[in-house]
Ligand binder design. Structure first.
Ligand code: GDP
Length: 460
């Protein structure tokens, strides 16, 4: 995700490296590159303008710093401004103080709503909640069946009142006002919520119908459902791959249903994704989750600071650690975190360890993209299969323990030996080493200068 944008921004910063001082024309040139990169990534024009304006102003006004060289200073500013357009703080779900928390999903057909409903249900279940899904999408043939399949995978019950079936029992939603009508999504949503109350589920996720394009009937229906069930959260699900149309769609839903948060779906695709970057800033609503695949486990809480790090190829070490903790040895994960905090250099041994963990975790492309320095490999990543992954691993395994912890000492003859040992060309070894050194440097800079964004207890 955001591959091209990431590549473009990092290469822009590369041009600044080694400069002792930035002149106004250096800064202007950099801003121009950033602007073009954002526009090419489909970021909405007003957002681009505001973003580059702020970066420019801050870069020009930046004091000469003892800790950061000018290039690092620009990266730091861009990072902070990226976090700002992505919504700033991480925003968690607002849970109801009493009674079940009601979460309504809205979005266009095909945006990934139903898939996300299952992921969210599973995510909440894993946190100890008792969620239930309500099938209020009566528009699309099969939508109810699809939600049942999704619920089944998530291990969460589905209420489908329009079938006269609520959680496997007959409808007993007599306390729902209005005429009982199985064809009426508003009634269905209400009956579902009423049932959840009676049966003491603590979260109700209501999946609503979408259309292929924004239309007034759709908005009216969404508003009616919203007014009837008074949700604690209305999450707008948007396909990150829809390009510039994202802005228009987001604004239409923002005016039409007034959602409280955004879900970016299909972030695993390699589309430009920039439009998605504009949604928070254009609608003033935070991105709360991202959906990164077709499996029920492919859901992440959206952290603006971590996403900015990923885009700038500083690696999303925190998410990686969290995923690692879920999948493997907590001690190893803690050790990785400690190293990162305590200025110890990331070594090829750590790299191997992460790779092993990633393999265990599955969905390894998404995870690999979070590793520092890996964004430079995006093209390879996309066409990647396990074999290429194995080649990198083979190279690292052909290094001696000394080489793994002292990558700088890997001279020409060592490189040739590693290449021979792993059956690749010397230039592949060179590339790996270069990427690795850059990643190390980047991590060091983030720690020393200005701190790692989002690391608790570090100066920001
Ligand atoms: P809905 O019409 O909004 O309910 O959309 P669906 O949940 O039915 O999703 C539409 C299509 O997108 C389906 O084929 C899903 O498998 C696929 N999909 C949904 N979420 C993701 C995602 O995060 N990544 C990918 N790659 N595909 C997704």
């Amino acid at each position: 995700m955001f591959n091209t944008l990431s590549d473009r921004l990092t290469s822009t910063f590369k041009n600044l490296r080694g400069k002792g001082r930035l002149s106004e024309s250096d800064i202007n040139a950099t801003i121009r590159d950033i602007r073009l990169a954002l526009i090419d990534a489909d970021v909405a024009t007003p957002v681009v303008r505001e973003f580059t304006g702020r970066v420019r102003e801050r870069a020009l006004g930046a004091e000469v710093s003892g800790a950061l060289n000018p290039a690092q200073q620009v990266v730091k500013i861009v990072n902070e401004e990226l976090i700002a357009i992505l919504g700033g703080q991480t925003r968690n779900l607002q849970l109801a103080k009493s009674g079940p928390t009601v979460i309504m999903l809205a979005g266009l057909q095909g945006s990934g709503k139903t898939t996300f409903a299952g992921k969210l249900a599973r995510f909440l279940r894993d946190q100890g909640h008792f969620p239930v899904l309500v099938a209020a999408d009566l528009q699309r043939p099969n939508a109810v069946t699809q939600l049942e399949v999704v619920g089944d995978r998530a291990g969460v019950p589905v209420f489908a009142p329009e079938r006269g079936n609520i959680g496997g029992h007959d409808v007993v939603a007599d306390d729902v006002e209005g005429t009982r009508s199985y064809g009426d999504p508003v009634w269905v949503a209400q009956a579902g919520v009423a049932q959840a109350k009676v049966r003491q589920y603590d979260v109700v996720i209501v999946d609503t119908a979408g259309r292929l394009a924004v239309d007034e009937n759709l908005m009216q229906q969404a508003r009616d459902i919203r007014d009837a069930i008074q949700p604690d959260e209305v999450l707008f699900v948007i396909d990150a791959m829809i390009g510039q149309a994202a802005i228009e769609t987001a604004l239409a839903f923002s005016e039409g249903v007034d959602f409280t948060g955004v879900v970016l779906s299909k972030l695993d695709g390699d589309a430009r994704g920039g439009a998605a970057l504009s949604v928070a800033s254009v609608t003033g609503r935070p991105i709360m989750f991202s959906s990164t695949g077709e499996q029920v486990k492919d859901i992440e809480v959206f952290h603006p600071d971590r996403m900015a790090s990923r885009i700038l190829d500083m690696g999303d070490v925190l998410t990686l650690i969290e995923q690692a903790e879920k999948a493997f040895d907590k001690r190893q994960a803690a050790e990785m975190a400690r190293k990162f905090m305590e200025e110890e250099d990331f070594t090829f041994d750590d790299f191997l360890q992460q790779m092993a963990a990633i393999k265990k975790m599955g969905n390894f492309k998404a995870l690999l993209g979070m590793m520092p320095g890996m964004a430079g490999m995006k093209d390879q990543l996309n066409s990647l299969d396990e074999r290429e992954f194995d080649r990198v691993e083979a190279m690292v395994r052909s290094m001696t323990p000394f080489e793994r912890t002292h990558p700088k000492q890997i001279n020409g003859s060592r490189r040739a030996r590693i290449a021979r040992g792993s059956g690749v060309s010397v230039s592949e070894v060179n590339q790996l080493l270069e990427r690795f050194t850059q990643a190390q440097k980047m991590m060091r800079q983030m720690r020393r200068g200005g701190g790692m964004p989002g690391m608790p207890g570090m100066p920001g």
